[in-house]
Write a protein that binds this ligand. Sequence first.
Ligand SMILES: [Fe+2]
Length: 241
Amino acid sequence: MTETNSRRSFLQRSALGVAGLSVANLALVEDAVGSGIPAVPAVAPYAAKPLKPSTLSMNGISRRTMEEHYKLYVGYVNKANEILEALKTVDHSKANQTFSPLRALKVELSFAVGGIKNHEIYFDHLGGNGGVPTGTLLEQINRDFGSYEAWERDFRATGLAARGWVWLAYDLDRGALFNYLGDAQNTFPIWNAVPVAALDTYEHAYFIDYATDRKTYIDAFMKNLDWNAVEARFAAVPRKP
Ligand SMILES: [Fe+2]
């Protein structure tokens, strides 16, 4: 029996028993044959978003840096998809907290997906003219930090203290903004906090342009920040009244 005929036969045999299930659920039921456990449903793979043209002609962060940086981002996308494929066939019976294929895949998936999400925020809000935010974002910053200047001082200093990222994020539970620190793509996110700005402090973000002078790179980042993009991200956050 061919694979297609086998699938059709199974669906026909199962039709009475699964009346009312959607076509997608039928596929899950079919995949469950043998194990009795529903299989991982098919989800779309990650896809790399293109760089905005304005990010390739900035004053202070070179085109070469951006092009090399984008290659790393595409690498995170490819590896995330590779890991998701591997997870479909990983042996769950060998799960172990010291080492197991399942553990390794899930740990590294968090790194790859973090790399995707962090860089999509970062690239999206570069290519602007710096300055200061306006509207509800400025109001929230003033409320939670005291002033824009106080926020920027903390954001810049956190950028010197971090080994990977600074995220300006809105904690949905506290109803407040905070500058969170990350040492890697997957550390240290806070549950239920939505990042609206992300400063990459990995050396790959600035070494071509500034060698080890991260402070001057942060100056360049601030001058090229597109506050419109940050404000748009903040406007989409379901905030507490
Ligand atoms: Fe990066």
